[in-house]
Design a protein around this ligand. Structure first.
Ligand code: UT7
Length: 326
């Protein structure tokens, strides 16, 4: 049986760091509120020279170097993002050009914070059906460009960055066991960017009405996220005849420490099974899982044969889980 194996991980974040104390100077907030309500302490913020494509390219280069794969060997490049460089062409095409991955087909996926898992799910199918032998999946965001820096409800939450994996077709036990993705568009309004699409095109009016920024009904999203991420984690485990005690590392979307803790508790996971790094990055949307994976991998937290569970949730609403054996 062909399995999709992750053979390289990489990540990249902008150099500039914004601490909670810096946000205290911008809006009516406090380090204490942000820390206790979210777990976030610092986040990386793009400078004018950082774009989604440049962060994605750096993350991809790191993943390719680890995998020992040359860019021209790639058959497919998928970039998950809600903050592309341009409405079109796709950011993945810019990454393809930067890497000189001349053979690869490239396209973007828009599934908000679940984007990386959506991309991985799709690429897994392409690998299994033989459409691609080697592929790159990237989650990359410059959310700071669509955050309202005068809105304390959102500006403390997000960060910029990119994470990438190189995958290839392999035989044996290691690789993706299965991936399960879901959506419920009836909740689209809970988390969205109202302006600069076809409904509210970019205009002075869109700017004046502040429609260009992320809007979120945080506590509604919170409740739905905990339930959906627990359900889909159980779904992927059951599909593979495994239980939560089989998980060596649980890497969930990094939006809020309280969400991760609540899911961990519901799943009965011990602290050492759960990877958390949001205190240093904030919520980087589609980049959060691949950044966390790369950190955990480079820190030696994942050994051959380990069972790793990815669990994501985001605007759409979208959610999903991927189970893999390392
Ligand atoms: O990544 C995709 C999925 N996204 C998520 O999973 C995010 C899910 N939601 C959350 O993480 C949390 O709901 C938030 C961190 C966004 C908010 O935490 P909360 O405990 O749900 O707070 P809340 O929205 O219910 O607000 C409580 C209070 C409000 O004041 P009032 O109306 O009770 O007087 C807010 O105005 O906290 C206030 N508040 C703040 N206070 C100080 C909101 N933001 C801040 C802030 N500093 N930065």
């Amino acid at each position: 049986m062909v399995r999709t194996k992750i053979i390289g991980t990489g990540s990249a974040v902008p150099e500039k760091i914004l601490a909670n104390s810096d946000l205290e100077k911008l809006v009516d907030t406090s380090d204490e509120w942000i820390t206790t309500r979210t777990g976030i302490k610092t986040r990386h913020i793009a400078t004018a020279d950082d774009y989604t494509s440049t962060l994605a390219t750096r993350a991809a280069e790191n993943a390719l170097a680890m995998a020992g794969v040359a860019p021209e060997e790639l058959d497919l490049i998928v970039v998950a993002t809600v903050t592309p460089d341009f409405p079109f062409p796709a950011t993945s095409c810019l990454v393809q050009n930067n890497l000189k991955a001349t053979k690869a087909a490239a396209f973007d996926i828009s599934a908000a914070c679940s984007g990386f898992l959506y991309g991985l799910t799709l690429v897994d199918q392409c690998i299994k059906t033989g459409t691609a032998k080697k592929a790159l999946v990237v989650g990359a965001e410059v959310l700071s460009r669509i955050v309202d820096w005068s809105d304390r409800n959102t500006c403390c939450l997000f960060g910029d960055g990119a994470g990438a994996v190189v995958v290839e077709a392999g035989a044996g036990e290691a690789g993706i066991l299965s991936s399960h993705i879901h959506s419920d568009g009836s909740y689209w309004e809970l988390l969205h960017q109202p302006g600069c699409g076809s409904r509210n095109p970019c205009s002075q009016k869109t700017l004046d009405e502040q429609l260009v920024y992320i809007t979120m009904q945080g506590n509604e999203v919170f409740k739905l996220a905990v339930r959906a991420m627990e359900d889909v984690a159980q779904e992927v485990l059951a599909a593979n005849g495994l239980t939560t005690t089989d998980i060596d590392l649980f890497i969930s979307h990094q939006a809020n420490r309280r969400i991760i803790d609540a899911i961990g508790k519901r799943l009965g996971l011990a602290e050492e099974q759960v990877y958390v790094n949001l205190e240093r990055y904030g919520n980087t949307s589609s980049a959060s899982i691949p950044i966390a994976l790369d950190e955990a991998n480079r820190a030696g937290r994942i050994k051959g044969g380990d069972v790793v569970l990815f669990d994501a949730f985001g605007g759409g609403l979208t959610w999903g889980a991927t189970l893999l054996r390392w």
